[in-house]
Design a protein around this ligand. Sequence first.
Ligand code: SAM
Length: 234
Amino acid sequence: MNLNEFLQELAKLNISLNPKQVDALNTYKKMLQEYNQKFNLTSLTSDKDIYLKHFYDSLTLIKAHSLSEPLSLLDIGTGAGFPGLVLKIVFPHLKVTLLDSNNKKIMFLQDVIKTLNLTDIVCLNNRAEELPKEKCEYFDIITSRAVANLSVLLELAIPYLKINGYFLPLKSNITEELSNSKNALKVLNCDLEKIIEFNLPFNNSYRTILKIKKQAKTPPIYPRSYSQIIKKPL
Ligand code: SAM
């Protein structure tokens, strides 16, 4: 996917970018390619992969939720900023928190944010299960791509979501993960409202976005320590 094809596919999602946003994405792409020569941030570094598998894929979140309001959004395990940083550039009203346990990735993200003069965006170098208590019941939307299986992710995400907020993980094939997550959904007081299925343009890869609504407060014992989460998954 080249830049023109990227813009054409975004138009089909009702997203149109102004020249400043196109420049910002291209600066971000260039910085990612440069950093990646020194630090391993991502395995996808060609222009066409970045436009399709990082930028376009991140923006498919719009299929699950309107993003034009000033919502607070947490991206768990954002890596080199996917989907959270792309969403911030394209939907500037969002108040974005990028979370990753890897310090090199956080340093890269801080550099991009400074270069692009972005505001209302913070980076946290921490593990999701160790965020401070004041972040509990805090975010309107939480998303995550390629971090853990669904039952683990639910425990990492749902405690930080406001009641009536949405957890919107970006996934590929979800059938088995969903059948293993029924108890986690129940214990964490949330409902699966919708499964959005589609194929990426150009390479046809299958994608799903889950729309999970938090219905009530999370019992305060969650999230447990990572070793407990893994040893005794919900
Ligand atoms: N979301 C990005 C993407 O789709 O390109 C990065 C995916 S990468 C495969 C997974 C990232 O999650 C890594 O950067 C890793 O450091 C981070 N991660 C894994 N477990 C985490 C946790 N418990 N808390 C915070 N970050 C975590």
